[in-house]
Design a protein around this ligand. Sequence first.
Ligand code: DX5
Ligand code: ZN
Length: 222
Amino acid sequence: MVKIAPSFLAANFVVLEREIRAVEAAGADYIHLDVMDGHFVPNITFGPMVVEAIRKATALTLDVHLMISEPGKYLRAFADSGADICTIHVEVNADLHALLREIRRTGMRAGATVKPATPVEALYPLLPSLDLALVMSVEPGFGGQAFMPESLEKVRELRAEVERQGVNAEIEIDGGIGLENAGHAVAAGADVLVAGSSAFRDGKVVENLAALRRAGLTGLGQ
Ligand code: DX5
Ligand code: ZN
């Protein structure tokens, strides 16, 4: 069963509660929240205050993707804000094992991710400490970018490595996911599809998520 995680980067923040109800009605599995600091990536989004506001409005799993240079400084704040999953980038200059330990110590599920230019092997030594392993299929920073097809090979290799190690980490893919590639992503081994623009397109969240789920389940592109 494929999971769908709508990315609120594409939501209308003026009517955030309505967007939350829409993804709930659409049967979303997670709400994907993209935190950007204007340093690790060129864009700035929001921090724990907004995550906390969303937490108060929904029981859905909050999947927080930290695109920030110093995640260690903020893990406690995100845990307190009610984040369920906290994903850090392997490209940050820090002790990744220590960060992942800290994420779990605060009660969150631990995730790690690689930018398109980073080999997927960078995730392998972390897998025993991961609940979620994320493959970025666009350059992090902005929604609405074109899917990078070479990321499918990374998902395939990661799936094989997860099986080899016998670990439970879910595999998530993020960036440019739509009807044309959802099936390929699932066939390659993705458990969770993040979808920003394709989830919120034309305000038809229920229809969009149903179509994405169908496309994911057929295991084919359209
Ligand atoms: C990009 C973010 C993604 C983004 C996906 O840096 O990590 O989660 O919101 O948006 P789409 O689906 O439009 O590529
Ligand atoms: Zn993301």
